[in-house]
Design a protein around this ligand. Sequence first.
Ligand SMILES: NC(=O)c1ccc[n+]([C@@H]2O[C@H](COP(=O)([O-])OP(=O)(O)OC[C@H]3O[C@@H](n4cnc5c(N)ncnc54)[C@H](OP(=O)(O)O)[C@@H]3O)[C@@H](O)[C@H]2O)c1
Length: 396
Amino acid sequence: MKVETIIDNTIKPQLIEAFGRQVANSLLTRATLSYVSTDGSEKERYETLLYSICSDKRVIGVWGKQDAAKQMTEWKTLLETDSSITSLPLQEGSDDLIKGEETMSAKILDGRAMAKEVREEVVAGVNDFKAKHGFTPTIAVVRAGDDPASVSYAKMIKKSFEKAGMNFALHTLPDTASQDEVAGLVAELNADSNVHGIMVQEPLPKGIDDAAIKAVILPEKDADGVSPINAGRLAQASPVGRAEGVKDYIVPATPLGGLEMLKRSGVEMDGKRAVVVGRSNIVGRPMAFLLMQHHATVSMCHSHTRPLGDATRQADILCVAVGVAELIKGDMIKPGATVIDFGFNRSEGEWVGDVDFEEAKKVAGMITPVPGGTGSMTNVILMRNVLEAAKKQMKR
Ligand SMILES: NC(=O)c1ccc[n+]([C@@H]2O[C@H](COP(=O)([O-])OP(=O)(O)OC[C@H]3O[C@@H](n4cnc5c(N)ncnc54)[C@H](OP(=O)(O)O)[C@@H]3O)[C@@H](O)[C@H]2O)c1
């Protein structure tokens, strides 16, 4: 097959699909110039053309060095197969593409350090609030039953709220509590002007409809953004910088912590491809809306996404919240991507994320560790949510 035929039938359509017609034409114009201005055999000139395409920064930016090098090898084979030209080693440049990949090591995003910064901001805000209004922002935590994880999470919230100068009040019910009793308690807290944030711990006892309980929480006191009103408002939120759209809502602390980490690490979201794996109401789904609000082009993946790696490799920003230890391997990540791992799983006696950290850090540009990443942010963002809710309630 002639070079022209390979370009028309294979390379051009693939480039158009990956980069759009305009970029594809520009890549091919440049590559053709290299082809015609190179001395040597047809094969050497063809390889120059391929190298011009696969080393272009627009191509590397989307495919990454490794995939670009793989694609170059694949295209090279087309000419070799069809014209029975024996194989030559890859050009020096394409070798570098692969070597560069192996030595890459991601910047580790330090969730603990960022959480410390946010905490200091919250403490300053709480002090201002107390000076201005003469009372203390307060969270009320509701628990029915004594699920051990919920008990220890409540203790942790109490400790961190009180350390930041905020109030914490725990309201417990037995695990025999009825739907009406739990809903009644939440309604009382809604009406209590000394309570600024409400959080209902899960799991609730069997037989209680947790969605219905979330719907009872007053949206402006919904500390972790779980009420359907807040979820709907986030879904209709105005994109950053635009006047129209919904503005007043509370976002679940975990994804908001992820967003805060992206912002504080200087990660550009505008115009980038973001992929969120996991569609839970508490992490994945709100994360996707936050990214879209910041002008990223967002894809959402879940347990029916096939093949998952094809989707995740598109991501400049990859956020993972699946609850499956080390599901995301290095070869599922685009080189240079920012990886936000929300996962928190116990595996062989250790805490690990939903991303295989050891593999991923060799490929990604930035990555959150587990522990010490997103988990460190959740609690301080919960405090910030309650402080902001208290401020808004004072204005009303
Ligand atoms: N950092 C924090 O502060 C924090 C807070 C909350 C949760 N977490 C952690 O985040 C993780 C997720 O929690 P969650 O509450 O969002 O979990 P969840 O409610 O169980 O949701 C898991 C999501 O992952 C998807 N999923 C499961 N297996 C998958 C697979 N093999 N491939 C692709 N998608 C898959 C599920 O898809 P389907 O919808 O199709 O079922 C679902 O959308 C857990 O590790 C949890 O411990 C961390």
